[in-house]
Design a protein around this ligand. Sequence first.
Ligand code: PMP
Length: 449
Amino acid sequence: MSRSYVIKPELGKTYPFISHGKGIYLYDKDGKRYIDGCSGAVTASIGHGVEEVAEAMYQQAKEVSFAYRSHFSSDAVEELGAKLAEWAPGSLNWTFFVSSGSEATETAQKIAIQYWQEKGRPTKNRIISRWMSYHGITMGALSMSGHVLRRKRFVPLLEDYPTITGPYPYRRPAGMSLEAYALECANELERAILRVGAEQVAAFIAEPVIGASGGAVVPPDGYFQRIREICDKYEVLFIADEVMTGVGRTGKAFGVDHWGVVPDLMTLGKGMSAGYTPMAATMVTDEIIETITQGSGLIMAGHTYSANPQSAAVSLAVLKYVEKHGLIEKAAEQGAYLLSRLQELADELPLIGEARGLGMLCGLEFVKNKETKEPFALSEGVASKVIAKAFEKGLLIYPAMGGIEGVAGDSIIVSPPLTITKEQIDELIALLKDAIVSVQQELKDKALI
Ligand code: PMP
C-alpha cells in the first residue's frame, strides 16, 4: 500500500492502520487492540463508535451538509449555540464556530484586539500568556504559546508578546504554602501589565489546567480568582483556553467552573465534537458582542467551514450524549478513582515524581531523582520511551513535553474517554505500570537513574 500520506511529522516512521473503535478501545488492521488512554489527543471524550452520533451525522448529511454562514443559519447551529450558552458561565452567550482549537484561540486573539479598537483604544493589542502553555500551532496561536519545542523554529516570525510564569505547584519554592504561591503567581500578571502598560494590553490567555506543555498541571485554589481581579482592575480581557479542559473533561462543564471564575472569552475544541468531526468555537460575552455590534458590526474572523450545519449537528449530538449519560459527573467520579490509582503508582515507582490531575485529565511527571525532583534532560526522552512501550503493550498515552530544559521534565497525560469504567481503569493502570517498570529498568541498566 502507498505510504505517501504524511500522517505525522515523524517522517520515515510507519504506523499501524486503524480499523475501528468501540468505547474506550481502538483496533488496528492486524487485529491488535489498544486502550485509548488519552482519548487520542484528549479528544474522543465520549468513546468510539457511538451510534447516536453516527445517526445524527447521517440525518444531517441527507438534509444538507454545507450551507455557507453568510447565506444561511441552520437549526443545528442555532440549537448548538443555545446549548453552549446554557452550559457556559456568566454572559458567555455567543459562539463563533471554527474547526480547530488553534483557529479558536486565534479568533479569540482577534476578537479581543478588535473589541478594544471598537472602544476607541487601539493600542490595547498585546496578549499576555504564560510559559508552559499551549494554545495552538498557527502563527497567532503560537505567538501566545509557551511551548518551547513547538515555538523555537519560528520565533522570528512570532509576535513578541509578554510571557509570565504559570503556577506549577510541584516545583514551587520550598516551604511556600499553596495559598501564598497562588497569589505570587497571579500577581506576576499584575507586574507584567504594569511593565508593559495597561493601555497596551488587550487580554491575558491561560489554560485552566495546563495540558500539552505540562501534563495536567492544576493551579492552586485562589489563582484564577486573583487573575480575574487583576484583569478587571486593569481592563484586560481574560481568555480561558478550554480547548482541552472544556465540555466536561475535568468533571465540571468547563475548567474555570472549579473556581467560579467567568472569563470574557472562552475557546473550545477537542471534546466539543469528541473527534467525530473537526469542530471548535470561541465563546464571548454579551458585552463584547454589544460593543462590536454597535461598532463596525462585523467580527473580522471566520473560515469556510465556520458554522457549517454538518459539524454543528455532530457536535450537538455529542453534547446531548454527554448530558444524557451524565458524563460530566462521571468524569469527576471516575477521574478521582483514576487519580488515586496513578497516585499508587507514584508512591511505588521511583521514576514518577508526581501524579496530578482534575477529573479525567490526569498526568504523571517523570524525574531522575524523586527526593530532589531533578528532571531528566529532554534528550533522554523518558516520556517518549514510556509512550512507545505503552503503545507496544496496547495502551495509548499522550505526551506533555513543554520543552523547557532544566525547568520541567517529561510528563504524560492520561485522559481516557469519560465513559471509562472502574474495571477498565484498572486494566489501563496495569498496562501503564508494566510500561513504566520496563522503562525504569532500562534506565537503571544504563545507569541513568
Ligand atoms: N489549546 C489547547 C489548550 C490545546 O490543548 C490545543 C491542542 N492540544 C490547542 C489549543 C490547539 O488545538 P488544535 O490542535 O485543534 O488546533
